[in-house]
Ligand binder design. Structure first.
Ligand code: SAM
Length: 313
């Protein structure tokens, strides 16, 4: 079990600074992990502040039990149910939401979880190991076309078709149930080699994103964050791959533009319907030093927005 393994928090100070923590504010950490960001937020909160953290991984919840603080609540569940969680806690609006997406290092480093081709393990790949279908169960039943689409769309893999065919051929002889089997199938089907990249990387990423409904849940939480933020409240999102970052960027931009009116109308800018969000700064990446210390930080992109007063609610 990975509850004891540490997680190297990415963009720790940058993300918490971007939240602009008010001592008596109410904050949400939607991806607790091992609580790197949560602990720093708690340090900056006063005695009347509050932090609500979520994680869908039971190992994260177990690790979070070590934080014994009356200002802190840790909830097992997906951030896709953010509004529902806040409703149950009788919290209407919050001063900031942080989402540090993707995987924690304990998830990747725990051999038993089946996320990594570095170990031979059962193909599980569920972040929430307490529910849902494992990757092995899905690979046993998925049709070839669907598998091809998932590997192509979520892995951006050129050889998706060949990999899907190879998985379906392989499972006729023997069920595909381990990380080693999958990585060998992918390595065989991928015809070119990218330097420094295991040929199974894109296949593993794709199946992991699919099994955990990562993009669907991100799409669900974004509007809930906007609805639940107080005016002036901050939304801080760290993404680790281009599919997530694209969705975050387009959503924030769309929300910052407001309802578009036809150009050249004889109205002043101040009379135009304002967007619900204001973008704060540009995308932030980890410093060279952080990347050197923690290679996982290399792909991190942080975007920040602030909730505007809105006439439209
Ligand atoms: C990159 S880690 C967060 C690390 C954390 N910021 C820290 O400093 O320790 C991402 C975490 O988010 C969790 N997670 C991913 N998607 C989630 C979702 N839809 N709902 C809740 N938790 C999620 C994962 O289980 C993982 O523990």
């Amino acid at each position: 079990m990975s509850a004891g393994l540490p997680h190297a928090t990415v963009l720790l100070h940058e993300a918490v600074e971007a939240l602009q923590v008010k001592p008596d504010g109410v904050y949400v950490d939607g991806t607790f992990g091992r609580g790197g960001h949560s602990r720093l937020i708690l340090e900056q909160l006063g005695k009347d502040g509050r932090l609500i953290a979520l994680d869908k991984d039971p190992a994260a919840i177990k690790a979070g039990a070590a934080i014994n603080d009356p200002r802190f609540a840790l909830v097992h569940g997906s951030f896709a149910s953010l509004s529902e969680t806040l409703r149950k806690l009788h919290v209407e609006r919050v001063d900031g939401v942080l989402l540090d997406l993707g995987m924690s290092s304990p998830q990747l480093d725990d051999e038993e979880r089946g996320f990594s081709f570095r170990f031979d393990a059962p193909l599980d790949m569920r972040m929430d190991s307490s529910s849902g279908e494992t990757a092995a169960e899905w690979l046993a039943v998925v049709d070839e076309k669907k598998l091809w689409e998932v590997i192509r769309d979520y892995g951006e893999e050129r050889f998706a078709k060949q990999i899907a065919r190879a998985v379906v051929d392989a499972r006729k002889k023997q069920p595909v149930t381990t990380t080693r089997q999958l990585s060998e199938i992918a390595a065989h089907a991928v015809r070119t080699r990218e330097s420094g990249k295991n040929p199974a990387t894109r296949t593993f990423q794709a199946i992991r994103i699919y099994i955990n409904r990562e993009l669907e849940e991100l799409a669900q939480v974004l509007p809930q964050c906007v609805d639940r933020l107080k005016a002036g409240g901050r939304l801080v999102i760290i993404s680790f791959h281009s599919l997530e970052d694209r969705m975050v960027k387009q959503f924030l931009r769309g929300m910052a533009q407001g309802d578009k009116l036809p150009r050249r109308l004889p109205v002043r800018a101040s009379d135009l319907p304002a967007g619900k969000l204001r973008l704060i700064g540009k995308a932030v990446r980890a410093s060279e030093q952080e990347v050197e210390e923690n290679p996982r930080a290399r792909s991190a992109v942080m975007r920040v927005a602030e909730r505007m007063e809105s006439m439209n609610g």
